[in-house]
Design a protein around this ligand. Structure first.
Ligand code: M6R
Length: 579
């Protein structure tokens, strides 16, 4: 949530900052702004997306600056609330990702001492506190101010006439880039890739002073060394590569993502902590939660291990089951609720495992052990290839723990995804795009997929869509069925088929338009469907992967047909770093 980016080098900073912010816009796109430091501070900021224009960069001189793209928390999206924020004389500029929880008290205190505020944001207290603390050494001023800040922050600060940019973090991500005569700081690596592959991940409590001479990191009183790491994502991966949207590109990358994740995990040892586990609790949010729900079916059936799945945001209200391995699943590795769940598990001495896509992300530093999915950078706000990669990790684990029960299917999963990519979904899109409300239903492992299909549809097309266990729909939602309420039903071959087929007929009897995804060749099933989508693949694993892909494409093409902003849907942000 919110993206921050800083540059310190020998080139003109303003265009570099704006370009960097474009890469970070998926973290929030309510407004954007930059501040360039020279003898003074020059600020440009604007409500709306960068692509809408409005940043006049002509004449902004200076080779060091900071920028921000906002997902509003305190105050509406407008020019005043856009970052950077300044102190009273306009000599210190700050960009911030996170939430300052005690800002109201600090603001009152500062106003009582005569400070004037220009925005409704929590962030603005920081430049005013710095104004009081600054005596020529910017890093020292930041060190003095941060103990006063409660909550979470990744901060970048510049001051007029000061040769350094200062970076600090607590429970919000911040990474530094080590380039050739240029240093960078950002919420994640995507804007850094343009400049360098060498990065340093800051730890909570670090204050880094970044100048053209290099980086000095302090933690409390002491200087500390943080390792320089090499990112294995490429610049091409963060570009659209000829696709109209990142989401479509990312869906089309799925065959390779699935294979790459399986391939890499095969070469790794199974984490020791999985040996002889008695029970597992999976915690996650959104799409990652759906992947975890699906995993539960497989782990209990094939491995005989009791599995529990919890929404990370609710986990804090539950008592932990004794002895369980707690697994946090998070594409970004930065989701606040999932991090809090892992912290709670650790506090209660549970072993913890992270499943994530992002090297160096906060979850990797909290959990005892990390398994990486190999999805590459996912830019579209809607999670697609990361869901497939999460499934790949789970399939792999279930396979290892069950003594190879899924193995034959894992080598060919990519083929089923590839076949699904070739399907023409236009009749289904036509049926869905006129709907105001829809249901997605499934049974067994296809129930979490129904939840995921509905989430994809609602978040990018803005059609109200609910995922339901097919057997539950008669217990209330049936009242909503009508010829205006299409239902997408997942009906693959398998033990749930007869019950699912009956459910489809019951819904059809209420005049409900039915989009059915099932294996071809069953005439009765095809006849009861208004639109029948043949499901490629044979066997559970490939049916799961192909169904996922079809549901993603259905949401994508429906959203495109409705003219939605597919990659940056309204009100959302990619990485939810606040509770
Ligand atoms: O990065 P995470 O996997 O922890 O993100 C969790 C959710 O915010 C995320 O899956 C969200 O639901 C998707 N972007 C929706 O497509």
């Amino acid at each position: 949530m919110c993206g921050i980016f800083g540059y310190c080098g020998r080139r003109k900073a303003a265009p570099i900052l704006v370009e960097g912010l474009r890469h970070l816009e998926y973290r929030g796109y309510d407004s954007f702004g930059i501040a360039v430091a020279n003898d003074g501070i020059t600020v440009q900021k604007k409500q709306g997306k960068i692509s809408l224009g409005g940043a006049d960069l002509s004449g902004i001189k200076g080779t060091m600056g900071i920028g921000h793209t906002r997902w509003a928390t305190h105050g509406v999206p407008n020019d005043q609330n856009a970052h950077p924020h300044l102190d009273c004389p306009g000599k210190i500029a700050v960009v911030h990702n996170g939430i300052i929880e005690n800002y109201a008290a600090l603001k009152r205190e500062l106003q009582d001492r005569g400070h004037t505020f220009c925005s409704e944001t929590d962030t603005e207290v920081i430049p005013h506190l710095l104004e009081e603390a600054f005596q020529g050494d910017l890093a020292a001023a930041v060190e003095k101010v941060i103990p006063r800040l409660e909550g979470s922050y990744a901060l970048l600060v510049v001051a007029a006439g000061c040769p350094e940019m200062v970076a600090a973090r607590k429970r919000s991500p911040l990474v530094l880039g080590v380039g050739d005569r240029a240093f960078l700081a950002a919420s994640d690596v995507t804007p850094i890739l343009e400049h360098t592959e060498r990065v340093v991940y800051l730890e909570d409590g670090d204050v880094a002073s970044v100048s053209t001479k290099g980086i000095v990191i302090r933690q409390g009183e002491a200087n500390v060394e943080r390792p320089v790491q090499r990112i294995d994502w490429s610049l091409a991966e963060v570009k659209k590569g000829g696709f109209p949207h990142y989401m479509q590109k990312e869906i089309y990358e799925q065959p390779e993502v699935f294979s790459a994740t399986i391939r890499t995990l095969r070469d790794e040892e199974t984490p020791r902590m999985l040996e002889g586990i008695q029970g597992v609790t999976l915690v996650a949010c959104g799409t990652s939660y759906h992947a975890a729900l699906l995993c539960r079916y497989l782990i209990e059936e094939h491995c005989g291990i009791p599995a529990r799945v919890e929404l990370a945001s609710e986990f804090k209200y539950y008592t932990l089951p004794g002895g369980d391995l707690v697994v946090g699943v998070s594409q970004s590795g930065e989701t606040a609720d999932t991090l809090a769940a892992i912290e709670k598990a650790r506090m209660h001495n549970h072993p913890t495992l992270a499943i994530t896509n992002v090297l160096g992300s906060t979850i990797t530093r909290l959990a005892d052990h990390t398994l990486y999915m190999r999805a590459g950078p996912e830019i579209s706000v809607a999670a697609t290839k990361s869901f497939i990669a999460e499934l790949a990790v789970f399939f792999h684990l279930v396979d290892r723990l069950s003594g190879g029960k899924l193995e034959p299917a894992l080598g060919s999963g990519h083929l089923a995804i590839g076949e699904a990519l070739l399907q023409d979904l236009s009749p289904a899109v036509e049926l869905c795009m006129g709907a105001r409300s829809m249901f997605f239903v499934g049974r067994g492992p296809f129930y979490p997929l129904a939840l995921e299909g509905a989430l994809k549809m609602k978040e990018i097309s803005y059609i109200h869509a609910e995922g339901y266990a097919a057997g539950e729909i008669k217990h209330g939602p049936f009242a909503l069925l009508s010829p205006e309420t299409p239902v997408v039903a997942l009906c693959p071959p398998g033990p749930a088929f007869p019950a699912m087929f009956s459910n489809i007929k019951e819904m059809k009897a209420r005049g409900t338009p039915m989009v059915v995804i099932g294996a071809g060749g069953n005439q009765e099933l095809e006849e009861v469907s208004d639109v029948f989508i043949p499901l490629p693949g044979g066997g559970l694993v490939s049916h799961i992967l192909a169904s996922t892909t079809l549901l993603q494409l259905l949401a994508y093409h429906t959203a495109v047909a409705l003219g939605r902003d597919v990659d940056q849907p309204r009100n959302l942000a990619k990485s939810v770093t606040v509770e």
